[in-house]
Design a protein around this ligand. Structure first.
Ligand SMILES: Nc1ncnc2c1ncn2[C@@H]1O[C@H](COP(=O)(O)OP(=O)(O)OP(=O)(O)O)[C@@H](O)[C@H]1O
Length: 482
C-alpha cells in the first residue's frame, strides 16, 4: 500500500526546508516543490493534502488551487498567505481552499492544520450521492460488481459523474485501500500518452532523463480508470488490448515484462457503438473493456438527485470554516426546472456562483445564475450575449447613476427576439439575472488578474473609471470585492 504525503509548494528555499522539517518531525510524509508547475507534475494519488504559497513566480497559488480542484475535487488545500493577502485568501476559500494560514506562523499551527485536514479526502462511499431511484439502483449495482474484478465501462454525458462512480466502485472493492489511478486519455498530448500509460526507461527517447513507471504500474494492486477512452488512437488501442489480454506491461525502451494486478475501469462520453461502426474504435478492445456496462443518465433524467447533490456541493465548498447555507424554496425550484446540459459539473458551477453571490444566510433565487440566462430566451449563444455585455460595459455613458439599468435596456433591445409571442422584457427575472451576470463577469475577471484594476478594465474593454464606478457600486451593495 502507498503512503500518503503532504505536498508543500513554497518558493522560499529556507521556509520550504523549515516546513518539511516540522512536518517530518511530526510523522508526516512530505514532498516539497518550489513552484506551481512542479506541484502539478508531482500530483498523484499519494498526495493527501497540499500547503501552498500564494505569490510565486509563474503560476500563483490561486491558479494552482483551481487546477488542483479540477483534478482532485476533495483534496484539502491550505493557502499560506503573506500579510495583506488574507482577504484574498478568504475569498479563495469560497473557491475551494479549505483553510489558510498567515505568514509568519508558528510550527504548532502548521501541525494543527496538517492534523485537521491530512487525508480528509472524501473519496468514500458518501461521495456518490444518489437520491433518485435510477441512481440508487445504479449504486446498488455498483456495490455488487465492485466485489468482482470485472472490467466496467461507464458511459454518460460529460459531467454526469463517471469518475465519481469509478472511485466509488474502487472504494467498494477489495482493492479500496490500494491506489486509484485516473488518467484522462484526451488530456494528455498524443505523443506522451503511450509513455504515460506504459512507462519508460531512462534514455528511451529524447527527454527521458530518468526511468518512470506508467499509470498501469502506479495502479498495481488497485484500479486504473481510463477516462475518455474513445479518444485513443488506433496504435494505442492495439497496445492497450495487448496489455489487457496479457496482463503484462513493457516500459518503452525495456524488454522486461512487468506482471500487472490491476482492475481496469473506463469511461467515455462518445457513442462507442458508432465509433466502432465508423472504424474509429476496435470492437475487440471495446468488448474487453465493457465486460460490465453502466450508464450514468443525464442530471435532468434524475431530478431527485439535484437537491441532494446541490447540498453536497455546498458542503464541499464551504468546508469546515463557513456555515453551510440552505437553498430557499424559489431557488430550489429554479434548480429543479433547469435542463442542466452540463450536468453535475454545471450544477457545481452554479452552486459556487451562488455561494459567491449570496448575502444573507440562505441562497435565494437571484443568487442562482444559470448558464442559459441568454441562450434560452433569445436562443443566442452565450458568446453573443457576452459580446453584447462587453459592448454595454464599454459605454462611458453608463458610468452615471442609472448606468446599470441603462445597460440592461441596451442589452434587451439589441438581443435577438425569440420567435415566441412573449417579448423578452416581460420576463421579470431577466434584468435581475443580467445584473447578476455582470457582477459575475466582473468578479471573475478581477480574480483572474488577482485584483489588478488596470488589467481587469483592459480585459473587460472598459475604462478604469467605469470599472472603479462599478466596483464602488458593488461594494455599496455589500459585495466582497477582491
Ligand atoms: N453523484 C455525485 N455526487 C456528488 N458529486 C458528484 C456526483 N457526480 C458527480 N459529482 C461532481 O460533479 C463533477 C463532475 O463529475 P465527474 O468528473 O465524475 O464527471 P464525468 O462524467 O467523469 O465528466 P467528464 O466526462 O467530463 O470527465 C465533479 O465535481 C464531481 O465531484
Amino acid at each position: 500500500m502507498t503512503i500518503a504525503k503532504i505536498l508543500v509548494v513554497e518558493d522560499d528555499a529556507e521556509l520550504q526546508e523549515a516546513l518539511v522539517d516540522i512536518l517530518s518531525i511530526n510523522q508526516f510524509e512530505v514532498l516539497a516543490v518550489s513552484n506551481a508547475e512542479q506541484a502539478l507534475q508531482a500530483l498523484d494519488d499519494e498526495i493527501g493534502m497540499v500547503f501552498t504559497d500564494i505569490r510565486m513566480d509563474g503560476m500563483d497559488g490561486y491558479t494552482l488551487m483551481k487546477k488542483l480542484r479540477a483534478y482532485k475535487p476533495y483534496l484539502p488545500i491550505v493557502l499560506m498567505t503573506a500579510y495583506g493577502t488574507v482577504e484574498q485568501a478568504v475569498q479563495a476559500m469560497k473557491h475551494g481552499a479549505v483553510d489558510y494560514i498567515e505568514k509568519p506562523f508558528e510550527a504548532k499551527l502548521l501541525v494543527e492544520k496538517a492534523q485537521a485536514y491530512f487525508n480528509r479526502d472524501a473519496s468514500s462511499e458518501d461521495d456518490f450521492v444518489a437520491s433518485d431511484l435510477v441512481t440508487i439502483q445504479l449504486k446498488t449495482m455498483a456495490q455488487k460488481i465492485a466485489k468482482s474484478d470485472a472490467s466496467i465501462y461507464i458511459s454518460g454525458a460529460s459531467g454526469t459523474g463517471k469518475e465519481v462512480l469509478a472511485r466509488y466502485i474502487h472504494a467498494q472493492s477489495e482493492r479500496g485501500r490500494a491506489p486509484f489511478v485516473a488518467i484522462n486519455c484526451a488530456a494528455i498530448p498524443e505523443n506522451m500518452l503511450e509513455a504515460t500509460l506504459f512507462g519508460y526507461e531512462k534514455g528511451a527517447f529524447t527527454g527521458a532523463m530518468k526511468s518512470m513507471p506508467g499509470k498501469f504500474e502506479q495502479a498495481q494492486g488497485g484500479t486504473l480508470f481510463l477516462d475518455e477512452i474513445g479518444e485513443l488512437k488506433a496504435d494505442l488501442q492495439a497496445k492497450l488490448l495487448r496489455v489487457l489480454q496479457e496482463r503484462e506491461v513493457e516500459r518503452i525502451g525495456s524488454t522486461k515484462l512487468i506482471h500487472l494486478d490491476v482492475r481496469v475501469l473506463s469511461a467515455s462520453n462518445i457513442d462507442m457503438k458508432r465509433a466502432i461502426q465508423e472504424g474509429a474504435f476496435r470492437e475487440d478492445l471495446y468488448y474487453r473493456l465493457n465486460v460490465f456496462p453502466m450508464r450514468l443518465p443525464a442530471l435532468k433524467e434524475r431530478p431527485k438527485d439535484i437537491a441532494a447533490i446541490a447540498e453536497r456541493l455546498i458542503a464541499r465548498h464551504c468546508g469546515v470554516s463557513r456555515v453551510q447555507p440552505m437553498i430557499n424554496a424559489p431557488a430550489m425550484r429554479k434548480l429543479l426546472q433547469y435542463s442542466w446540459p452540463g450536468n453535475i459539473r454545471e450544477l457545481d458551477n452554479v452552486i459556487q456562483r451562488a455561494l459567491l453571490m449570496m448575502s444573507g444566510d440562505s441562497i435565494q433565487e437571484n443568487d442562482i445564475l444559470l448558464d442559459d440566462v441568454f441562450t434560452e430566451p433569445s436562443k443566442a449563444p452565450l458568446s453573443d450575449a457576452l459580446a453584447v455585455e462587453s459592448i454595454s460595459l464599454d459605454e462611458e455613458a453608463f458610468s452615471g447613476e442609472n448606468a446599470v439599468d441603462e445597460m440592461y435596456e441596451g442589452v434587451v433591445q439589441s438581443s435577438e427576439m425569440p420567435d415566441s409571442s412573449t417579448p423578452l422584457w416581460i420576463d421579470s427575472a431577466l434584468p435581475v439575472d443580467l445584473k447578476a451576470r455582470e457582477l459575475q463577469v466582473i468578479l471573475q475577471t478581477l480574480e483572474r488578474f488577482s485584483g489588478h484594476r488596470q488589467k481587469t478594465a483592459e480585459a473587460l474593454n472598459i475604462s478604469p473609471r467605469t470599472l472603479r464606478y462599478k466596483l464602488a457600486k458593488l461594494k455599496e451593495q455589500g459585495v466582497d470585492v477582491p
